[in-house]
Design a protein around this ligand. Structure first.
Ligand SMILES: NC(=O)c1ccc[n+]([C@@H]2O[C@H](COP(=O)([O-])OP(=O)(O)OC[C@H]3O[C@@H](n4cnc5c(N)ncnc54)[C@H](OP(=O)(O)O)[C@@H]3O)[C@@H](O)[C@H]2O)c1
Length: 328
């Protein structure tokens, strides 16, 4: 495993960081508890020292599973990354930006983006409890909330750093403009954003800006939530309550299939899987500090951790670039 320094902080994160969205179960068709715990343990055993979660993932379940999995382990060897600012329990009393409904027609669960100081202070205490720890390594604003000033949220994050509750502060899904505004109040460690072979829009402006400012980029959904493993073009099927039934619809299946077939020989020549090749390529792109890889069970977690050990030659990278051009 390779470890990389996050922005200007003294945090060192594993280049492949574990993503704990799917093990929350909600939106992902559920997950067995024993598989989730095994995925976290396998990650830690294979050099993945950093774990990314959020209160929203499984409405607290993902954080609780991490708390349970790390109980009794050396806390100083693990980096816990979590978030705040998505409220689903009505505690915001309708304040904030309505985001989407995570429930059903009979059982609606309206989710709001809400980043007020009072909400942040409340949420971080709840996260600490669920995670079973007394500090968070990186606390990230999950999504921008247009009803709270950026200054208010950033000042609240500063307070938490001073209080020793968090080691560093980050954001997620922030634009360059929002990063610039936040930078007037705080030195942000990172921006967690969507980035994959199929979704490279951040290369235009976010990557150059963060490189210049030494802000880390934490890339999420590098496997496009499983699509880039190739298995959904073969025998894998989704449960009816899995959000990917809609999510995958944004991609052109024929083009993606053709692209994956074009890079598969590179993976095969290295005895690697497509998923491993995709993760390694993503982690090598300019400005990317770490790649978040979601895994539901130990097998996926081990495979993803081992992606860090792949080496890619210039010729192989050029071959992949050529195939990527065919996607556009
Ligand atoms: N900040 C944000 O707004 C935001 C948004 C999304 C994600 N994230 C973070 O980024 C992390 C990673 O993104 P993600 O979980 O959305 O998607 P991802 O990492 O692109 O894909 C994860 C999914 O792909 C499948 N998979 C993973 N490894 C595999 C392997 N080796 N072989 C076969 N299948 C494999 C698994 O689902 P199946 O087995 O069911 O196919 C897994 O749940 C999240 O867990 C979360 O921490 C953040």
């Amino acid at each position: 495993m390779e470890y990389r320094k996050l922005g200007k902080t003294d945090l060192s994160l594993s280049a492949i960081t574990y993503g704990a969205f799917a093990i929350g179960g909600t939106m992902w068709g559920g997950n067995e508890k024993k598989d989730s715990i095994a995925a976290i343990h396998a990650s830690l055993d294979h050099g993945v020292s950093s774990l990314d979660t959020a209160p929203f993932y499984g409405f607290g379940r993902s954080e609780e599973l991490i708390g349970e999995a790390i109980k009794g382990k050396d806390r100083t060897k693990i980096q816990l990354l979590t978030k705040f600012g998505l409220v689903w329990d009505g505690s915001n009393n309708g304040k904030g930006d309505f985001f989407f409904d995570a429930g059903t027609q009979e059982n609606p669960v309206p989710v709001y983006k809400y980043a007020s100081k009072a909400n942040l202070i409340k949420e971080v205490e709840e996260s600490l409890k669920r995670l079973g720890t007394d500090y968070i390594d990186l606390l990230q604003l999950h999504w921008p909330d247009h009803t709270t000033s950026i200054q208010e949220t950033m000042e609240a994050l500063e307070t938490l750093i001073s209080a020793g509750k968090i080691r560093a502060a980050g954001v997620s899904n922030y634009t360059v403009e929002q990063l610039k505004e936040a930078g007037q109040t705080i030195g942000l460690a990172s921006d967690q954003v969507s980035y994959s072979m199929l979704n490279r829009s951040i290369e235009q402006d976010l990557v150059p800006f963060t490189l210049e400012q030494q802000i880390g980029i934490i890339a999420y959904s590098p496997l496009e939530r499983g699509l880039l493993t190739g298995k959904y073009f073969k025998d894998a099927i989704l449960k009816s309550d899995d959000h990917r039934n809609g999510y995958f619809g944004q991609f052109n299946p024929e083009k993606v299939k053709q692209f994956l077939a074009g890079i598969e020989p590179v993976a095969e020549s290295k005895n690697a899987s497509l998923a491993q090749l995709v993760l390694k390529w993503t982690s090598l792109q300019p400005g990317i500090t770490v790649v978040l890889a979601g895994a539901r069970n130990a097998d996926q977690a081990i495979s993803n951790a081992r992606a860090a050990d792949l080496t890619l030659t210039v010729e192989e990278l050029n071959h992949i670039d050529e195939k990527l051009q065919g996607l556009n």
